[in-house]
Design a protein around this ligand. Structure first.
Ligand SMILES: CC(C)(COP(=O)(O)OP(=O)(O)OC[C@H]1O[C@@H](n2cnc3c(N)ncnc32)[C@H](O)[C@@H]1OP(=O)(O)O)[C@@H](O)C(=O)NCCC(=O)NCCS
Length: 250
């Protein structure tokens, strides 16, 4: 290949690499600047957005955020829909429609779509693409399209410390107790007792805890190796590779 052609190919390759680096650096900058927190709320005026809580950018659809309360130290993943009502610009009254307690983590691509009341306690963690709604369409009038019938609301509650696996759907009227595990892909309705594991569609209790019998049926897997005694915060950070400092909201 002639020298000029080789030079041109090298310049093109370097330019392509530089463009790729610039796009990714630029996107990281946009993500950092676009993240929503109480220190940097952007265009949003939440009913409450606790200190140390962050909504990752790009956010999902956010409607009527004055009816949404988010406690402190929550992480709301990218593209999470937080919708109070089904249209923007609604006055939904003084009561919150969506309440998220402190220390919650909502996985990317999840949807919390509230019309009356969705309440998550503290430290509720969800995997990605979880769907939680307190409303269903009514369908009993055979003369009207279902979409034009008045919908039905039933409040949803998710107890503190619960963990919702990826792709789960929490239906209107579901009331989950404390530390409930929802298996990936489950469809949950009704009352779920504290300290239980539910799985399937419709979700059924597959494991539960009582003071008398402990966890039944017994676990199939061994408990993780406990941390060594006397481990310092720095050693723990190094071990798990997490930066546990609260976000600065920069
Ligand atoms: C529920 C889960 C945590 C396992 O909990 P566990 O208490 O160890 O449950 P087991 O594996 O002992 O399974 C108990 C029963 O539930 C069933 N089960 C477990 N997960 C299930 C699921 N996702 N869907 C349907 N059934 C499921 C098992 O087949 C088993 O049924 P069986 O007794 O008839 O065989 C795990 O299966 C799961 O779904 N994790 C979510 C992972 C995830 O979403 N990660 C990303 C989010 S951070």
């Amino acid at each position: 290949m002639p020298f000029a052609a080789r030079l041109l190919a090298t310049v093109r390759t370097r330019a392509r690499h530089a463009t790729g680096r610039a796009v990714h650096r630029g996107w990281r900058w946009v993500q950092t600047r676009g993240a929503v927190s109480s220190a940097s709320p952007g265009p949003y005026r939440f009913g409450e957005l606790g200190d140390g809580s962050t909504l990752a950018f790009p956010t999902g659809t956010i409607f009527n955020e004055s009816s949404i309360r988010i406690g402190p130290f929550c992480i709301i993943g990218e593209r999470v829909t937080l919708s109070a009502g089904f249209l923007p610009g609604l006055d939904l009254g003084p009561e919150p429609v969506i309440t998220i307690g402190g220390g919650c983590v909502i996985g990317r691509g999840s949807h919390l779509v509230g019309h009356q009341s969705i309440v998550l306690g503290d430290d509720v963690w969800t995997g990605p693409n979880v769907y939680i709604s307190d409303q269903a369409h009514e369908y009993r009038d055979t003369t009207l399209p279902i979409g034009k019938q008045w919908p039905r609301n039933e409040p949803v509650e998710i107890g503190s410390g619960s963990w919702i696996g990826t792709g789960a759907v929490i239906l209107p009227g579901a009331r989950l107790g404390r530390n409930v595990v929802v298996a990936a892909g489950s469809v949950v309705r009704g009352e779920i007792p504290d300290y239980s594991v539910v799985a399937g569609a419709p979700a059924k209790v597959v494991r539960s805890f009582s003071d008398v019998d402990g966890w039944q049926p017994p676990f199939r897997h061994a408990a993780p190796t406990p941390l060594p005694d006397g481990i310092t915060a720095e050693q723990l950070r190094a071990l798990v590779g997490w930066d546990l400092r609260p976000p600065t909201g920069a």
